[in-house]
Design a protein around this ligand. Structure first.
Ligand SMILES: Cc1cc2nc3c(=O)[nH]c(=O)nc-3n(C[C@H](O)[C@H](O)[C@H](O)COP(=O)(O)OP(=O)(O)OC[C@H]3O[C@@H](n4cnc5c(N)ncnc54)[C@H](O)[C@@H]3O)c2cc1C
Length: 341
């Protein structure tokens, strides 16, 4: 299909962004598309240029605050259907940007790869995980990558390019992809010698995930993963302790009970104490505005408890920033992407 046909068949009008956000917040996108291959994505980007539309690219919307009233000129494009995985030359595993990151932990468990455990119950897609260098404890995306494949959207006709992981500028919640209009379409994972087993498990799980309906709602994501866990452990096996600990931590912090974006702020390692602890000390936990509340369970989370608007969350973000600045002398940097188009 050419770009006009792709635009005609893949683009929908007036799609509620709240349905593509773990915050369940966001007004109607004037234009919305879910391409299924990098080629379709390239055609959509070309169609945007021709129509003077601004593309906004994202994954599962678990680290974003969409606007209450999106502008008229934006084509919102989610990559969550570009999730194909395959074995490339030398049996290295290629995984599409849209694959749910958390499936790595489960397939890694079956193949015996502890390095993937940190992705257990981590919502969101692999591509965004690379973009933000997602982490949990000591586990971090850059440690499991070999090569990242991306499109440079500043090019007139972007071709897929590649970058070795060590050249991706990875640091705490940072990558080179935040500094350029570079869109990750997939990655090759670092070789483990068990790539064929992971590939087989991931492929099967992806089929079940698609049947499940994918989606961005946290309770549904949690239910899917727990169903997979039940199946994997039905003969009496147990998950590795680290995965069990992650599960317990996330349940205790109510990660899947209320719509949220996870941690709202990056931690300031120069200051030395996590933002959540400072919010706790300032007694801001439980502060509510509109339908949003600073989580009583974790100071670095703002929950949507009652049909919150983006404006409610933004108000609380500013409250935390002002209070932390006043008492500790720095303004916490949002980790959540605040979308204004
Ligand atoms: C309950 C909960 C718990 C969480 N726990 C953790 C945690 O433990 N550790 C952690 O690191 N994060 C955590 N997060 C945040 C989130 O899960 C990660 O940041 C995840 O990687 C976001 O994936 P996504 O597909 O939803 O990204 P989105 O929210 O869709 O996008 C996030 C950003 O990435 C960009 N982006 C998305 N896809 C691409 C791509 N293919 N190429 C280039 N840029 C792209 C978007 O433009 C946007 O700026 C948590 C979130 C929630 C809701």
């Amino acid at each position: 299909m050419n770009k006009n046909e792709i635009f005609a068949t893949r683009v929908s009008r007036n799609v509620p962004l709240s349905q593509h956000s773990s915050y369940e917040i966001g007004g109607n996108a004037p234009y919305f598309a879910q391409p299924e291959t990098p080629e379709e994505l390239q055609q959509l980007l070309a169609a945007c240029k021709e129509r003077d539309l601004q593309p906004f690219l994202f994954g599962m919307g678990t680290n974003l605050l969409f606007p209450d009233q999106p502008g008229d000129n934006t084509l919102y494009i989610t990559l969550k259907k570009i999730d194909q995985c395959r074995l490339s030359d030398g049996n290295r595993l290629f995984v599409g940007a849209g694959m749910p990151l958390s499936l790595l932990a489960l397939s890694g468990y079956q193949a015996g790869i502890p390095d993937y455990e940190f992705t257990h119950l981590l919502p969101g897609t692999l591509g965004a995980g690379v973009y933000i260098n997602a982490k949990y404890g000591e586990g971090q995306m850059n440690r499991i990558l070999h090569t990242v494949y991306y499109l440079d959207m500043s090019e007139a006709d972007p071709e897929v390019r590649s970058l070795p992981a060590e050249e991706c500028g990875f640091a705490y919640k940072t990558s080179v992809f935040q500094q350029h209009p570079w869109l990750i379409v997939g990655t090759e994972l670092a070789a483990t010698g068990k790539d064929q087993t992971v590939f087989a498990e991931l492929s099967d799980m992806l089929v079940r995930w698609r049947k499940w309906g994918g989606g961005s709602a946290l309770p549904s994501f949690y239910d899917f993963i727990m169903e997979e866990v039940r199946e994997l452990t039905k003969n009496g096996q147990s998950l590795p302790k680290r995965m069990e600990d992650i599960h317990q931590y996330r349940v205790a912090k109510k990660h899947f009970e209320f719509p949220s974006c996870g941690s709202v702020f990056k931690n300031n390692y120069d200051f030395g104490r996590p933002v959540g602890a400072l919010v706790d000390e300032l007694e801001l936990k439980g502060l509510a505005y509109g339908g949003a509340v600073i989580s009583p369970y974790h100071g670095n989370m703002i929950l949507n408890v009652n049909h919150a608007a983006a404006a409610d969350v933004l108000y609380l973000i500013r409250q935390v920033q002002d209070a932390v600045n006043k008492s500790y002398g720095f303004v916490p940097e949002p980790e959540v992407g605040i979308v204004s188009t």
